[in-house]
Design a protein around this ligand. Structure first.
Ligand code: ZN
Length: 240
């Protein structure tokens, strides 16, 4: 089976379409949350995802946009966009987001947005917090998003290694327990503006990291038309 693993689409339809085209034929899409927030096309991104065989977990922006969680900790621009997103979302898409689980277990994979310990909130970017989080899931692997940075944490003899996957790198899944972040589709933050995603091949037991260019200006123009904050528009071109 070939699974497309995406996270943090963030209402960026142009980026999501580029990923779907680049990935080609897949059996299922696994979405690690934050389908909406920041970008201009929340309904379109949700409808595109929902039209595919998929599973999805809740991200902080998904639930922030429907007032399912308190967004007072969000920065002011993110709060503003959450409220804007909530006004755009159809009733059906709001119900879909409300019905998402925080954690889904699928075979050898635990799937969350932020971390297995605090699924919608915790950012895993350091080895210390990643090491602690290996105690919070039972499967061999855990998939996370939220930081918008492609990264792999490997548990080994009570320590934790941080691995940085380069585009087109292929990772063979063995006995080592891993926490895997595919990076962000719609708002990469590692200095590379291209959309990031992963293909999981469960026959070959491999993960392949991919980066794909998309027409950033299309998303930026849509954001301008919607009156979204300038800083959130410009950052897309720089990947931060
Ligand atoms: Zn996000």
């Amino acid at each position: 089976m070939r699974h497309l693993i995406v996270s943090d689409i963030h209402s960026n339809l142009a980026a999501f379409e580029a990923v779907l085209a680049d990935a080609g034929s897949v059996d299922r899409v696994w979405s690690l949350g934050d389908v909406v927030g920041y970008g201009p096309d929340p309904n379109e991104c949700l409808e595109r995802l929902r039209g595919l065989p998929h599973l999805s977990v809740a991200g902080n922006h998904d639930w922030g946009s429907i007032a399912r969680i308190d967004i007072s900790d969000f920065n002011p621009e993110a709060q503003h966009i959450c409220r804007w997103t909530g006004q755009q979302l159809s009733a059906d898409n709001q119900a879909y987001l409300a019905g998402l689980a925080e954690t889904v277990v699928e075979g050898d994979f635990t799937i969350v947005h932020g971390s297995p310990r605090y699924p919608t909130w915790e950012y895993l970017v350091y080895t210390l917090s990643a090491l602690e989080n290996f105690d919070y899931f039972d499967t061999r692997f855990c998939l996370v998003g939220h930081s918008h940075v492609p990264i792999i944490f490997q548990s080994r003899d009570g320590t934790c290694d941080l691995l940085v996957p380069t585009p087109d790198s292929v990772w063979h899944l063995g006995e080592q327990r891993l926490i895997i972040n595919p990076g962000a589709v719609g708002q990469p933050r590692d200095g590379d503006e291209r959309a990031s995603y992963v293909i999981l091949d469960t026959d070959q037991d491999t993960l392949t990291y991919r980066r794909v260019p998309y027409p950033v200006y299309v998303t930026q123009k849509r954001m301008q038309q919607a009156g979204l904050p300038e800083r959130q528009i410009s950052r897309l071109a720089m990947g931060w």
